[in-house]
Design a protein around this ligand. Structure first.
Ligand code: SF4
Length: 440
């Protein structure tokens, strides 16, 4: 290795503040014997450089907040590493963990619920200094007054209570409190989504100014994509506990590589209503993270899911209905208990639809080709026999591809190092962009 390369690698390592490796946070596995955990964060890898803002986006329930809380050790990870300045903080306990926590803070979405209404603003901001017994009480009061000044509040606000402030001012109090112990890293969890649009801009400007002034590193969690685009250097797109794409903001917004990113971004209303921007219909809601789909987590909703060759030209609506049928059978397999099975066996009514009813609901108005009809006949026979698993197997034998059978890998998709988690980046498949052009 040349000295120059060794130097630039060392430089890059020194620039990285946070390094996350194969991080998993699962809930609930300890309570249910043999039960399935909720996979809130399911094996994510990324880095955040010093002074950088990494935006984290995705639909609600995708694991964004759990990931943010895990980075701060407010949640215990199930597996993986979080290196902060080279130290794996998942191994810290007791005094070491308390000392480390000075470095990393969180700003919450709802300033009302994160501030104690019975304490004055001065007491709220001073509390972390009291906990860490920082210098003398007089010096603490002085520091709080300076911080109120820093976040655009008045020193005389020290003795007022949170209810005497507007939403934007209360968020400023929350931000002042996070700064008391001079952290290097702040997780901002939807910090402006509870505020009016005009106030949002003020708080965003404040966050940007503080970042420059104190060299802060941010993880900015939000569902408002335009806010994320404005403030972030890079963006990570999350779905069902996985990072689907991560890379520099403008690149990712102007030329998304991953089918999920493309679908999510196309849901943003264009400023010009006559715009010809391609719109992708993102069907339904994400699956239950306790039962994530096999293979790619996005496969039950992906508009460009890889299909078997003989079904490449199958009508989009029929394909959607086949996906939906598999979901219904999966849900039914999990929820149908012994009582339901007994009722069916003795010919009593149950709350479950018959095979004919499901088929009518999903396929009735569609012109289903004979080859698909014949598969549906076999599926119906298994449903009538009460064996959903066999019905699912019939469907999968005919329609399953790599999207359902293998987890994708992260593929580097640009010189900037942007990565996308999708099988379509493999040479043997058409890339997502071409697939979208063909299917939409
Ligand atoms: S792996 Fe398949 S299902 Fe997943 S995003 Fe790519 S094309 Fe869609």
């Amino acid at each position: 290795m040349s000295q120059e390369i060794a130097h630039s690698e060392r430089q890059r390592d020194e620039d990285v503040l946070i390094q996350v490796r194969d991080l998993k946070t699962y809930y609930g596995s300890e309570q249910l014997i043999g039960g399935r955990p909720v996979k809130a964060v399911d094996g994510v890898n990324f880095e955040i450089s010093r002074g950088e803002t990494l935006g984290l986006v995705g639909e609600s329930g995708c694991g964004k907040t759990t990931l943010g809380r895990t980075l701060l050790q407010l949640e215990t990870p199930t597996a993986g590493e979080i290196r902060f300045d080279g130290t794996d903080i998942t191994t810290l306990r007791g005094y070491e963990l308390k000392e480390w926590r000075r470095n990393a803070q969180m700003v919450f979405q709802d300033p009302d619920s994160s501030l104690n209404q019975r304490m004055t603003v001065g007491e709220i901001v001073r509390e972390p200094l009291d906990v860490y017994e920082w210098k003398t009480p007089q010096q603490r009061r002085q520091r709080v007054r300076e911080l109120l000044d820093t976040v655009g509040l008045k020193r005389e606000h020290y003795y007022r209570y949170p209810h005497q402030f507007s939403g934007g001012q209360r968020q400023r109090v929350g931000i002042a409190r996070t700064l008391t112990l001079e952290p290097e890293f702040i997780v901002l969890d939807e910090p402006v989504s509870a505020l009016d649009v005009s106030v949002q801009a003020e708080v965003i400007n404040l966050l940007e100014r503080l970042q420059d002034e104190f060299g802060l590193t941010y993880l900015f969690i939000a569902h408002d994509l335009s806010v994320v685009r404005h403030i972030s250097d890079r963006v990570a797109v999350m779905y069902l506990g996985n990072i689907m794409e991560i890379g520099p903001t403008e690149e990712l917004f102007t030329d998304p590589a991953n089918p999920y990113t493309r679908s999510l971004l196309s849901a943003i209303p264009a400023p010009d209503p006559t715009s010809q921007k391609e719109r992708v219909h993102l069907r339904g809601t994400p699956p239950n993270p306790r039962y994530p789909p096999s293979g790619c987590p996005f496969r039950t909703r992906c508009p460009v899911r890889i299909r078997p060759e003989e079904y490449e030209q199958l009508d989009e609506e029929i394909w959607d209905s086949l996906n939906r049928l598999e979901e219904i059978l999966e849900e039914r397999r999990r929820s149908r208990g012994a009582v339901d099975r007994f009722r069916e066996k003795v010919g009593l009514d149950t709350r479950y639809a018959t095979a004919a009813e499901i088929r009518e609901e999903l396929f009735e108005p569609l012109a289903v080709p004979d080859q698909v009809e014949s598969v549906l006949d076999d599926v119906s026979a298994e449903i009538e026999a009460g064996d959903e698993m066999a019905a699912i197997e019939v469907l999968q034998a005919e329609f399953r591809t790599v999207c359902g059978s293998e987890k994708p890998s992260h593929h580097t998709v640009s010189d900037s190092g942007r990565t996308s988690y999708c099988h379509r980046h493999r040479d043997e498949h058409r890339d997502p962009k071409t697939a979208f052009e063909e299917r939409t």
